[in-house]
Design a protein around this ligand. Structure first.
Ligand SMILES: NC(=O)c1ccc[n+]([C@@H]2O[C@H](COP(=O)([O-])OP(=O)(O)OC[C@H]3O[C@@H](n4cnc5c(N)ncnc54)[C@H](O)[C@@H]3O)[C@@H](O)[C@H]2O)c1
Length: 311
């Protein structure tokens, strides 16, 4: 499959790395308004390509999006450049919406023109309202954002470390916004079929404190990363490549990506069957009353944010 990455910055480059290392795409086109940057990334990665499953990596213009099965959008300001690194700011990544909506009004019409049958995956922050905007410009439903897949991995990893097991054995997810209102589904977080909070209590943790510490570490993981490296990119790059694989191979893996949900009137993350064309179906998870109320609040936040940029 031909995969296009629009925005060849720190995240876009890592998405391309993941696609090459895992043999997911046969052809990769990198598009950026900074053409020298796109060319540099394509050259650098292209010289490594002979070690991996056959792939052509090149830089191109929006015309070169033609024929792409998946277009990944990472163009735009990141949290550090956009001043969204204050842990006490409840808007979080939503601070980037106005600026990055302008970027989307520039790039998405070009995607619609050159690659009308592509599935479009949005990574640029805030990804959920921007996926809504992209959907309205594209006029089709093959649009999703990486949503809370990365947040859910962070949740599993923090729980795993605290409980002394591998993250592979932790079943836990975050739904709603990829942002400050994301909802931790503690009621179904489990290890070996046992609620994670029961295990924490058995291990001698104060449950309220345990929960608050895990939530804080996960909610602000992006800022911890940015304080160290300037931008989060390795985790999301790996996640994005895996999501492209799910679409390219019609895997139907269940993951909390975000897609437009008419019942919620917005794009938000719920466990979704990801395959050819994007989200095939959504599975409403079990939630307790507090989680449902939190999801309603998260959806409200996203609806309000999207309404400021949708025409
Ligand atoms: N969804 C997630 O989980 C997640 C995780 C990490 C980063 N992000 C977001 O991904 C985005 C990219 O982050 P980054 O660190 O790679 O930023 P970056 O500054 O390194 O790269 C952004 C690139 O977009 C390009 N660009 C900007 N406007 C463009 C336009 N109109 N047309 C074409 N190219 C354009 C820039 O030239 C730049 O190369 C940010 O919005 C960031 O917040 C999202």
């Amino acid at each position: 499959m031909k995969v296009a990455v629009v925005g060849a910055g720190k995240v876009g480059a890592m998405v391309a790395v993941g696609l090459v290392y895992h043999g997911i795409a046969r052809e990769i086109v990198l598009v950026d308004q900074d053409t020298a940057r796109a060319r540099g990334v394509a050259l650098d990665l292209g010289y490594a390509a002979p070690m991996y499953p056959e792939v052509d990596v090149r830089a191109g213009t929006t015309d070169d999006l033609a024929g792409a099965g998946v277009v990944v959008v990472t163009a735009g300001l990141n949290e550090k450049a956009g001043g969204a690194t204050d842990r006490s700011d409840p808007r979080g990544r939503l601070r980037l919406l106005d600026h990055n909506a302008g970027v989307f009004r520039d790039v998405v019409p070009a995607i619609a023109a050159a690659a009308p049958s592509a599935t479009v995956m949005v990574i640029t922050d805030p990804p959920d309202p921007l996926a809504d905007l992209a959907r309205s410009i594209l006029g089709h439903d093959r649009v999703f954002s990486t949503g809370t897949v990365i947040d859910s991995l962070r949740f599993r990893v923090r729980l795993a470390h605290a409980l002394g097991v591998t993250p592979r054995s932790v079943h836990a997810q975050i739904i709603g916004e990829h942002g400050t209102s994301g909802v931790f589904l503690w009621s179904t977080a489990a290890v070996g079929g046992v609620p994670a909070l029961h295990l924490a209590e058995r291990a001698g943790h104060d449950v309220d404190r345990f929960r608050a510490e895990v939530e804080r570490a996960v909610r602000y993981a992006n800022i911890d990363i940015i304080e160290g490296t300037g931008a989060s990119r390795y985790g999301i790059g790996a996640v994005a490549a895996m999501l492209v694989r799910c679409v390219a191979r019609d895997e139907r893996t269940v993951l909390p990506v975000a897609s437009h949900r008419p019942a919620w009137g917005t794009t938000l993350s719920l466990p979704s069957v990801l395959g050819a064309g994007g989200v095939r179906e959504v599975i409403e998870p079990a939630m307790d009353d507090a989680e449902r109320a939190a999801l309603e609040a998260s959806a409200r936040t996203l609806r309000e944010a999207a309404s400021t940029v949708l025409v």
